[in-house]
Design a protein around this ligand. Structure first.
Ligand code: NAI
Length: 371
């Protein structure tokens, strides 16, 4: 079985998720390429050695350039903060190495453009880690919509809401500094990617974005918050569908409110990540008295469920999305077949974010082609 040497940059929340996924993916999906955990990079030699031991890598380094240039590292996973994505990706493509990059692709649209140009010039596999769209339920929703199960689409409502900064007294951190770490830069990309996947490209937006808590306790007294807490975006898709998006990190009570509703002429679909093993489907057929949203529990008949579990309704979880993602990345490297979402797809997400920010500043509708 051919092996592939994996290098992961970052050992935190997502670095761990990708390390676990690369360890498990061969067993779950019987992949043609078997990942070998070759090297992990972190900010200090101590942290790098800690992650190496904990996750089972052969080597650790505090210099991500060493990892990118190492001949035994065949593919690079970027799980470091977004401000570093561009520099790392460009270095990896310069070495001809495939890259799986955490979301958002770039810290800005400019970063994403440069990364997409480098990816396409290199010709190697490039993929953005939008994991939530890979749940069996969201894959099934895409399938139902594509098959026309709910007829002609008329409306999309999507949101990504959490409450990790709902408390006004929560202290200032890196999350409250810099546009790319705000709600639009950090949370919005997942649901924008879902909107583009489920409905299609967005033509224009009208956004209203706000910093509700303008200062937070800092080390030396109140510190100014330099990014947004929440934002809403009216949008019109290129295919004419009307939509609304809402993103928030101050949504009291919401822990993982990645949720959407798609309405069509023959039915409707609802999904909520807090109940990620269920998809709600309404079909406008049969006697009115029997009609209603049906809760479909995910099972072996739904996309990518069976490799994890034979029992219907038993469920998959967050880590499983990352394993599915790893399978798709490895398969593209092995076969040369197209993978989704590419860096270009990730750049289109950044474009919607940039247009929404410009629209909120200008207080007017703006076309996504204007940025
Ligand atoms: P984290 O703070 O938990 O981990 C970041 C890691 O990057 C740390 O291990 C740190 O040592 C490493 N790092 C920082 N600077 C470095 C440098 N110069 N060289 C080498 N390593 C360096 O952050 P988290 O939450 O894992 O975020 C990482 C990326 O993942 C971000 O782009 C974030 O937006 C994304 N993310 C994606 C999620 C998803 O569900 N897809 C969820 C959370 C974050």
């Amino acid at each position: 079985m051919p092996e592939i040497g994996i290098g992961i940059i970052g050992g935190g929340y997502m670095g761990k998720a990708h390390a676990v996924a690369m360890s498990a993916v061969g067993a779950v999906f019987d992949t043609g390429l078997r990942p070998r955990l070759e090297m992990i990079a972190a900010t200090s030699p101590e942290r790098a050695q800690h992650y190496r031991r904990a996750y089972g890598f052969t080597r650790g380094t505090h210099d991500w350039r060493v990892l990118v240039e190492d001949p035994a590292v065949d593919a690079v996973v970027i799980a470091a903060p977004q401000e570093l994505h561009r520099e790392i990706a460009l270095a990896a493509f310069g070495r001809g190495k495939p890259v799986l990059c955490e979301k958002p692709l770039g810290a800005s649209l400019d970063d994403s453009r440069a990364m997409t140009a480098a990816a396409e010039a290199s010709g190697v596999v490039n993929m953005v880690a939008f994991n939530y769209i890979r749940t069996p339920a969201s894959q099934y929703a895409r399938q139902l919509i594509a098959e026309g199960a709910i007829g002609r689409l008329t409306w999309f409502r999507g949101e990504h809401t959490e409450d990790f900064l709902a408390d006004p007294e929560a202290p200032a951190t890196w999350r409250t500094r810099g546009r790319s770490n705000g709600t639009m830069g950090d949370l919005a990309p997942h649901m924008i990617n879902a909107a583009l996947a489920l409905i299609g490209p967005i033509d224009r937006v009208m956004a209203d974005i706000e910093t509700v808590h303008e200062t937070r306790p800092g080390a030396d007294g109140p510190e100014a918050v330099t990014n947004d807490d929440h934002g809403q975006v009216m949008c019109r898709f290129t295919n004419g569908v009307m939509g609304h998006l809402y993103f928030s990190r101050i949504s009291t009570g919401r822990k993982m409110g990645y949720a959407y509703e798609v309405t069509g002429t023959k039915g409707a679909i609802r999904f909520d990540q807090e109940d990620q093993n269920a998809l709600w489907l309404y079909r406008a057929e049969g006697p009115e008295a029997t009609r209603g949203f049906v809760k479909i529990l995910m099972g072996p008949d739904h996309p990518d469920y069976l490799p994890f579990c034979q029992g219907p309704g038993h469920g998959t979880g967050y880590q499983d999305q990352i394993i599915i993602e790893a399978r798709d990345f490895l398969r593209a490297i092995e076969t040369g077949d197209p993978v989704w979402p590419t860096f270009r797809d990730g750049m289109e997400v950044n474009r919607v974010v940039a247009t929404a920010i410009a629209s909120s500043d200008a207080r007017q509708w703006l076309s996504t082609s204007s940025v």
